[in-house]
Design a protein around this ligand. Structure first.
Ligand SMILES: Cc1cc2nc3c(=O)[nH]c(=O)nc-3n(C[C@H](O)[C@H](O)[C@H](O)COP(=O)(O)O)c2cc1C
Length: 242
């Protein structure tokens, strides 16, 4: 995952989800940031307030993030389960950033509730499938037995990152053009003989038609390789150098 910029964001009311985030940070030295809101969630009243807001799928005003999650290749989002869904601050985070994140992974802690409905709601708020998900019971965290599950989650993230790198390698020679979309986002246009495994690979998150594949990515490595390939192949759009 050396080349990927990864941010872990989480909300934790009583520290359980925070412990998982800290484990991820210690294991792989991600950047980590807590999502904070301004609601008093302590005591019975706080519990009631939190349950009601979660059930009604309300958001809450959250503090401005210190880092811009849109700058990261992958954002790993952690939440406790509240009333069968995500915590209110995480809902607000996803309402603000969900659709603008390039790639996501989810983890949650819970008191033995089901995580699938939560993950599917988070997926639809992001408009994209997570590269990996992980659900951990609060009691596993308290007893320290969560680490195996969290390590498997990390392993999956690593595997996906490696696959992403491999895909980049497979298209660089075939790039026929490019378009700069934003300062850090490039759309690569590659001609891929169809049918081919590479074309299959690139279908996810890209438009494809008759062997012409438009692969859009904010992955730094893709952007860099695309730039290099485009510069070598064309050299004609001199103003491109970023
Ligand atoms: C308001 C509220 C609602 C909750 N609802 C559920 C639930 O529906 N299902 C479940 O399994 N756990 C539920 N829990 C338990 C938490 O998901 C669990 O304790 C979690 O690990 C707490 O994480 P935290 O310490 O990071 O806040 C709820 C907890 C709170 C505070």
């Amino acid at each position: 995952m050396e080349n990927m910029k990864i941010l872990v964001v989480y909300y934790s009311r009583t520290g359980t989800t925070k412990k998982v985030a800290e484990f991820l940070d210690e294991a792989y030295d991600f950047e980590v940031e807590a999502i904070e809101d301004y609601v008093n969630r302590s005591g019975m009243l706080g519990l009631l307030r939190s349950t009601t807001a979660a059930m009604l799928r309300r958001g809450a005003r959250i503090a401005e993030m210190k880092r811009d999650p849109r700058d990261y290749d992958l954002v790993v989002i952690g939440t406790p389960i509240w009333a069968g869904t995500m915590s209110t601050p995480v809902r607000s985070f996803l309402q603000t950033y969900g659709r603008q994140l390039h790639s996501v992974a989810f983890f949650c802690t819970h008191g033995d509730g089901k995580a699938e409905p939560l993950f599917s709601e988070m997926t639809s708020m992001c408009g994209k499938k997570p590269v990996s998900v992980c659900a951990i019971a609060g009691r596993e965290v308290q007893s320290g037995l969560f680490q195996g599950r969290a390590a498997a989650f990390l392993h999956e993230l690593q595997h996906r990152a490696a696959r992403a790198r491999k895909r980049v390698g497979s298209i660089t020679g075939a790039i026929t053009g490019y378009r700069r979309h934003k300062p850090d986002e490039v759309i690569a246009i590659a001609r891929v003989p169809a049918p081919s495994p590479a074309r299959q690979t690139w279908r996810t998150g890209s438009k494809s038609a008759r062997g012409l594949v438009l692969a859009r990515s904010r992955f730094a490595e893709i952007a860099r390789k695309t730039r290099r390939a485009a510069q070598q192949a064309q050299g004609r759009r001199a103003g491109y150098a970023a």
